[in-house]
Write a protein of this length. Structure first.
Length: 558
């Protein structure tokens, strides 16, 4: 049997958290985090573990706080100059009896010296590096959660490059941190030759490895493929029909949290809910289920809960009461979990109906996978004049048309129909912005050339059971790249190597998407890992996790 890769985005953080807490020792303690590590810890640290380890308070580094002289302070943050200043100020004030410092990436020597200089009272007990400078999203997906990455990649190699050096540095530190945390030895690095940003990031990773950045012994070979979002601008523009992707598209997922405040009929305790793969078995099992399957599964979840509720009604003895009280916390948690998923499903269904998304999605899919200009033009003009369709959806349909039919010369005319259909000028202008970013002359070839063929292949590669074919025809370009990378068949005209050969023979593939990826692409990766049967493993990372709104906000920045 082929050896299975141990790569898992969630795996390092619990190990790091336990190590940090054990090294800090017993007694009451405060945990201080920066914005980045707050996101990481939020998906990894359970309330139970926090209570067991006597974490009295979890707060933000630099936030004003009273001195707590007898308490230990555990700090976990990125090794930045700003964070070192905040730590130094805290240490000089001796707000805590002792400080235990942990950094999510490699701490430069000059920053370590600044820390030492600030510790005149010798309250810093230890300094360690626990590299996890990213946020786990799924078992095989992670993100840095950085903005302006699309603007950075668009500007890289131009006079504006220096403006975005900080963004590029953050991308580099995130990739290197992931490699360190997963103990992953790279043998190959490739990138699309038309992307100066991908080339620079690939070369920087290669230089870090050659400089002795890290070394791990393993028989598995790993290929890093650095991609650019502009090579597939279609996927982030499509309506989504699987649970995780659909929630992010219609409601938004931020650090695992979904805001339902303002949704009709939602109770106060459900105005903000958490979707956590590790703590919510129903979500973990159903995040890739399509809309139809999801409704049936939530119905089953509700029926099972009702049966359990009836069993709890039959309390007739002291022993029954004692047993119920022992089960009560678990039962109460189940009650909230069921209510959460019912509320989410209800709001998704309302939005699908209110926004005519079935109708919109059918045309989106046609524009994404088929060449039928006359019919597409007719349907698009019809949709642009339909008052039931939202501005945002009219914009997405127009963008999909412009990407496919840019060369017809009809884009100016369609923009006129957008204006007549009530689309605001700032949204109309996004059509030109997107074409400047990812038009025919900007992206790597292959966005449409093999789409019909790949759509057919997809039926045996992905698990979109139950969704009518009209809503699931599109296959992200990423799927094709995965197949090509494992076979060593990335086009030599379109892809170059910063280290190693073409990736043939590698068992592990790490894909990093400059500009961000979508939950639909994360599902493609999870499906591949579950079904390839050859011991191959793909991990997907990126600047952020996109929905259409986030993608277009980035494009607007251009």
């Amino acid at each position: 049997m082929a050896a299975v890769s141990s790569l898992d985005c969630f795996k390092p953080m619990p190990v790091f958290i336990n190590a940090m807490l054990e090294k800090t020792g017993g007694g009451m303690k405060t945990l201080l985090l920066d914005a980045s590590t707050t996101s990481t810890i939020s998906v990894s640290l359970s309330k139970t573990l926090a209570n067991e380890q006597e974490l009295y308070l979890i707060s933000q580094l630099g936030k004003p706080a009273a001195s707590v002289g007898g308490m230990k302070c555990l700090i976990y943050c990125r090794p930045t100059s700003e964070n070192i200043d905040l730590i130094s100020a805290d240490v000089k004030a001796c707000k805590y009896s002792e400080y235990h410092l942990f950094f999510s990436n490699i701490l430069p020597k000059n920053l370590l010296k600044r820390l030492a200089a600030s510790d005149s009272s010798s309250v810093i007990r230890q300094v360690h590096e626990f590299p996890m400078d990213y946020v786990p999203v799924n078992e095989a997906a992670w993100a840095i959660n950085i903005r302006k990455s699309i603007e950075m990649s668009w500007s890289w190699g131009t006079a504006r490059e220096r403006t975005f050096q900080g963004v590029m540095d953050r991308e580099l530190s995130g990739v290197l941190s992931f490699l360190l945390s997963q103990k992953t030895p790279l043998t190959t690095i490739t990138y699309p030759s038309q992307s100066p940003a991908s080339k620079h990031l690939s070369q920087q990773v290669s230089s870090s490895i050659q400089d002795g950045f890290y070394h791990f012994r393993t028989q598995r070979q790993c290929h890093l493929l650095v991609l650019d979002r502009k090579d597939d601008p279609v996927t982030p523009l499509l309506s989504q029909w699987t649970y995780q992707a659909m929630v992010h598209e219609l409601l938004g997922i931020n650090d695992g949290r979904v805001v339902l405040k303002g949704a009709p009929g939602v109770k106060k305790d459900l105005e903000e809910v958490v979707l956590a793969v590790k703590d919510d078995p129903f979500y973990a099992d159903n995040r890739f289920s399509n809309f139809g399957e999801l409704g049936e599964n939530i119905r089953t979840l509700l029926l099972n809960y009702q049966e359990e509720s009836k069993a709890n009604d039959n309390i007739s003895s002291i022993e029954d009461m004692q047993n119920f009280m022992e089960r009560y916390p678990i039962f109460r948690a189940k009650s909230h979990n069921v209510s959460k998923h019912v509320a989410l499903m209800g709001e998704l269904a309302r939005l699908v109906d209110h926004c005519s998304l079935m109708d919109v999605s059918a045309l989106e899919q046609e524009l994404a996978v088929k060449d039928d200009h006359a019919e597409h033009l007719r349907q698009l003009i019809e949709k642009l004049s339909d008052s039931r369709i939202k501005q945002a959806d009219k914009l997405r349909l127009t963008l999909l048309y412009a990407l496919r039919y840019e060369s017809t010369g009809n884009v100016p005319m369609i923009k006129g129909h957008m204006s007549n259909g009530g689309v605001s000028l700032d949204k109309v202008n996004l059509v030109d912005d997107l074409l400047r970013y990812a038009g025919e002359g900007k992206r790597t070839e292959g966005l449409y050339g093999k789409r019909d063929i790949m759509s057919k292949i997809a039926k045996g590669f992905t698990s979109v059971k139950g969704v009518e074919n009209v809503y699931s025809q599109h296959v992200p370009v990423l799927q094709e790249r995965i197949q090509e990378a494992f076979k060593g068949k990335l086009s030599p005209q379109a892809y170059e190597s910063a280290m190693g050969g073409n990736g043939a023979g590698c068992k592990d593939l790490i894909i990093y998407m400059i500009g961000g990826y979508t939950y639909e692409e994360a599902r493609v990766v999870e499906d591949f890992n579950a079904s390839n049967g050859k011991g191959l493993k793909v991990m997907l990372g990126g600047s952020t996790v996109l929905n259409s709104e986030g993608f277009l906000e980035e494009i607007k920045g251009l």
